[in-house]
Ligand binder design. Structure first.
Ligand code: SF4
Length: 335
């Protein structure tokens, strides 16, 4: 029996950080064993919110490729490609935009949330409103059966399914696979200051950071229990971001012991952080060994992405042709 196809992407709006590694990349590496995985660099999506800030876009694409390969994605096992090199995404996006009612887009929760909360950029653009339409095209071009999602992304996927059903209803032909969400445990890692880990907050541990840079950030910048001023003060691990990291990188017995020692002031914050540095280094050891190897060969990384793009483009071409046939706009080839 052929494997089910999975599709997922990562925006190239900034360098990847530890949160991306835990929240998605580790899971991608596992999924490639059981599914026919298509993973793409979503560089057009990066423009939907960062259309003015494009200076590092190309550099970010290569950085993503380096991190994917260092994490263990295998070019002969999964298909890695770059969205903007496959124009079929843009064409299908356009075709879908013809049939997608605007209120469907305006009611997407993340749209409303960002419009209310983001003040640093003007998001009153069609590209930002139409982002989920492009996302729908990304998914169905490859006839993906499954899309890994967190609970908060389910409305996006439901919109994709609505667009697909609407298309099939209007043009009376079942062209696309109706994708399902693959809900998994999404491990969320806060930034060094407890807010969401993000380059723009200056609180991220990047995948491109060396183990020494990572250690420096943890020892110097990671915020502990603010009420624990002196070494002898008992601390509260429930409000400490170091402890949040321990819950991800240290085993249950260590976490329980540190919880106890913190509350009784048996351990100081520097020693507690040093244990974290050690456990994080153990978890990232394979990645840390692989990353410099791939970082030294950007040409090879681009080759992998180009090969994957060529393979993905063929699938996208076939699907788009079927969609155009259903609509009735494809013209016969004239030689
Ligand atoms: S001992 Fe550890 S858990 Fe307790 S406040 Fe210090 S860093 Fe946080």
């Amino acid at each position: 029996m052929s494997k089910k196809r999975v599709l997922s992407g990562m925006q190239s709006s900034g360098k990847l950080h530890l949160g991306n590694y835990l929240g998605a990349l580790e899971n991608w590496v596992e999924m490639q064993k059981d599914y026919d995985c298509f993973y793409f660099v979503a560089d057009w999506h990066a423009l939907s919110t960062n259309y003015e800030d494009t200076a590092n876009l190309k550099e970010n694409v290569i950085d993503i490729g380096i991190n994917w390969l260092a994490a263990g994605l295998k070019p002969d096992t999964c298909t890695m490609f770059i969205q903007s090199l496959i124009p079929q995404h843009a064409v299908l996006h356009l075709l879908f935009s013809m049939i997608t009612p605007i209120p469907w887009l305006e009611r997407v929760p993340s749209y409303k949330e960002k419009m209310e909360n983001v003040s640093s950029r003007d998001l009153h653009t069609y590209g930002f409103l139409g982002y989920p339409v492009l996302q729908a095209a990304d998914i169905v071009l490859y006839n993906a059966h499954l899309v890994p999602v967190g609970i908060d992304q389910l409305p996006h996927l439901e919109l994709t399914r609505e667009i697909v059903r609407h298309f099939h209803q209007i043009y009376k032909k079942e062209v696309f696979v109706l994708p399902e969400g693959k809900l998994g445990e999404v491990k969320k890692l806060p930034g060094l200051d407890g807010r969401k880990m993000s380059k723009s907050y200056g609180n991220a541990i990047f995948l491109s950071d060396t183990p020494q840079e990572r250690e420096h950030k943890i020892l110097r910048q990671m915020v502990t229990d603010p009420a624990r001023v002196r070494r002898n003060d008992p601390g509260n691990p429930d409000v400490c971001h170091v402890h949040s990291f321990h819950k991800v990188f240290s085993d249950a017995a260590t976490c329980a012991q540190l919880d106890k020692d913190c509350r009784s002031a048996a351990i100081g914050c520097v020693d507690c952080k040093k244990i974290l540095v050690k456990n994080l280094a153990a978890r990232m050891a394979k990645f840390d060994a692989e990353r410099p190897v791939w970082a030294a060969q950007p040409k090879k990384v681009m080759e992998v992405l180009h090969d994957g793009t060529a393979k993905a483009r063929k699938v996208a071409e076939t699907t788009l042709r079927a969609a155009e046939d259903a609509i009735g706009i494809s013209l016969p080839d004239f030689e």
